[in-house]
Design a protein. Structure first.
Length: 226
């Protein structure tokens, strides 16, 4: 019986030692394979609560210091065929392309050294979003014409994050996380009726709160400290 207990104890210690991989490397590179995110509101978009699926849209460089990692991240997304209802369901249809990217710097705090490592992260940075396309009145709209539209947003983004990593082998981990973007932007909307010399430009400053339910990917660890 004592031998069995001793064997289990040794196995637990060995498992724990093998799992302590998060702080064993000086830096890591993570790639986002899949994300489900809310994009900033475009013009007077009605379906702002919809989520957008993204694949291979970002990367993170981490500098590891025990249970804290300092991280630099970037995300990029482009959809050349976005389409949505503008202002109301029977007002206008907007169609065109949207480009969204961000650069952030922050930190990541692991809660333990086990094989499965929950963590908290906080990032601060810059985000840009641009839509270029056309606005077409629906059949129920009267007295309106087709318009070209160019809407841009640039500003500060603050992102708290909760996630976890699974250390598969010392040099390789997979991760999943959920975050919330607090986005304060300067917005410029430029509308021009087609074949009519009547341009309208409006500007705003606004806050947006964008939920990113899940982002998952793979992390590679480099430069062992041992």
């Amino acid at each position: 019986m004592k031998k069995i207990i001793l064997s289990v104890f040794v196995a637990c210690i060995s498992f724990s030692s093998f799992a302590q991989t998060g702080a064993d490397f000086n830096y890591s590179i993570a790639a986002r394979g899949f994300s489900l995110m809310q994009l900033p509101k475009i013009l007077n978009q009605t379906n702002t609560q919809d989520y957008t699926k993204m694949y291979g849209n970002g990367a993170i460089l981490k500098f590891n210091d025990n249970q804290i990692s300092y991280r630099i991240s970037g995300n990029y997304f482009r959809d050349p065929m976005v389409r949505f209802q503008n202002t109301c369901e029977t007002c206008e249809i907007a169609s065109g392309k949207v480009t969204d990217y961000s650069f952030k710097i922050g930190f990541e705090k692991n809660f333990n050294y086990s094989r499965i490592q929950p963590y908290f992260a906080f990032d601060l940075g810059y985000r840009s979003n641009r839509f270029t396309g056309t606005l077409t009145p629906t059949n129920g709209s009267i007295g309106t014409t087709n318009q070209s539209a160019d809407a841009t947003k640039n500003g500060l983004v603050i992102t708290p994050t909760l996630g976890f990593k699974v250390n598969i082998i010392p040099y390789l981990s997979i991760f999943a996380e959920s975050s919330l973007d607090f986005y304060y932007s300067y917005e410029k909307q430029d509308r021009t009726p087609i074949n009519v010399a009547d341009r309208t430009v409006t500007t705003f400053n606004k806050w947006e709160f964008l939920l990113n339910p899940v982002s998952a990917g793979i992390q590679f660890n480099f430069n062992s400290k041992n």
